[in-house]
Design a binder for this molecule. Structure first.
Ligand code: PLP
Length: 394
């Protein structure tokens, strides 16, 4: 019987990667495409981190490590969590994996049973729903509103929590909305999680990319919530290390024990050289993050201001990450140059085909009245791309 896995055949491809691949191909073909699709910083990994990698290779530190990661890296992660997030963890609470995405996959595999429900806010990052399904659990989508900053509210959570609820996925700063939760809002969520005894998977991968407000880890709000929280973070966004594939999680030892066993069979340790480079990233000069933040804040401000001057488009000011969700409600149903726009995908295709601008349709995040623009691209590209979008809908 050569039929394939029913569960895995139901997993959707990533629309984000699809569109960016299409735009990349057009570029290779010599077409002048402006891409707002990027999900990664447009900066190289800081030089001292690259040098640390070269150095360990030359020293011959190129073998396996413990499956759950190098003890020195786990210690550096504990120090980071203590210093930045006021969280006391021991190395035995840490698992280092092949990116934060892998950490998310591991934790969902470790905690979910068939029939469990995992709460996800809409608009959501594309992989959450599929990772939950891979763990045989059910994504439960909670709609949010742009007016309330695309955030969970107490009422919206209480409406969906039942005896099958296993976890809430929280992502602040958020992809795709850029939303950052305040400490008071996190307190409300933590009270609900503690009251109902459900896990919080707190994806803090964009922690360092905040322009208004500050990052608070929900796990730092008390011992009870700390026990229920799995903190997810990684090197990709803060240190422009997306291709190095190092992410990590911090959780109670029971969860870590299960994840260690999963990871030891599925992948063994994440790349050894990248782990050593991550120690340098966490322990040495943090100035490159500051430089990146300065560039992002300038681009964000320009982008948001400009979008709000374009007829039919609007957006809120995102506090973090490097994305803007542009409201296209007023575009839906209209016809431009013979193209009728009924969905965000129509609009994304229209922009790519007519003015060679790549954007991610909101449907990829469960929000069809939006498109997502990334400002992880030069100010020059942003100016040109927005000019083209403006022309396309005049
Ligand atoms: N979580 C969110 C919200 C993301 O946007 C991303 C990357 O785009 C990740 C996790 C995964 O990051 P990585 O696997 O590169 O560490």
């Amino acid at each position: 019987n050569i039929s394939l896995s029913k569960k895995h055949m139901e997993i959707s491809p990533s629309i984000t990667l699809d569109i960016t691949a299409k735009a990349k191909k057009m570029k290779v073909d010599g077409i002048d495409v402006v891409s707002f699709g990027a999900g990664e910083p447009d900066f190289n990994t800081p030089v001292h981190i690259r040098e640390a990698a070269i150095d360990v290779m030359n020293k011959g530190l190129t073998g396996y490590t413990a499956a759950s990661g190098l003890p020195e890296l786990k210690q550096a992660i504990c120090d980071k969590l203590q210093n930045d997030n006021n969280l006391a963890y021991k190395p035995a609470n840490i698992v280092v994996s092949n990116g934060a995405k892998h950490s998310l996959h591991n934790v969902l595999q470790a905690i979910c049973n068939p029939g469990d429900e995992v709460i996800i806010s809409v608009p959501y990052w594309v992989s959450y729903t599929e990772l939950v399904k891979l763990a045989d659990a059910q994504p439960v989508l909670v709609e949010t509103s742009e007016e309330s900053g695309f955030k969970y509210t107490k009422e919206s959570l209480q409406r969906v929590i039942n005896q099958n609820t296993k976890a809430i996925i929280l992502n602040s700063p958020n992809n795709p909305t850029g939303t950052v939760y305040t400490e008071d809002e996190l307190k409300e969520i933590s009270e609900i999680a503690v009251k109902h005894n459900i896990f919080v998977i707190s994806d803090e991968i964009y922690e360092k990319l905040i322009y208004d407000g500050k990052h608070v880890s929900i796990a730092s709000l008390g011992d009870e919530i700390k026990k229920l929280t799995i903190v997810i973070n990684g090197m990709s966004k803060a240190y422009a290390m997306t291709g190095w594939r190092i992410g990590y999680l911090a959780a109670n030892e029971e969860i870590v024990h299960v994840i260690n066993n999963i990871q030891s069979h599925a992948t063994s340790n994440p790349n050894t050289i990248a782990q050593y480079a991550s120690i340098a990233a966490l322990k040495e000069d943090q100035e490159p993050i500051q430089k990146m933040v300065e560039a992002f804040v300038e681009r964000r401000n320009y982008m948001v201001e400009k979008i709000n001057t374009i007829e039919h488009l609007s957006c809120r000011m995102p506090e973090g990450a490097f994305y803007v969700m542009v409201n296209i409600s007023k575009i839906i149903g209209k016809t431009f140059n013979g193209f009728t726009i009924n969905h965000s995908m129509d609009f994304a295709n229209y922009l790519l085909e007519t003015v060679k601008v790549a954007v991610i349709p909101g449907i990829a995040f469960g929000a069809d009245h939006y498109i997502r623009l990334s400002y992880a691209t030069s100010l020059e590209n942003i100016k040109e791309g927005l000019k083209r979008i403006e022309e396309a809908i005049q």
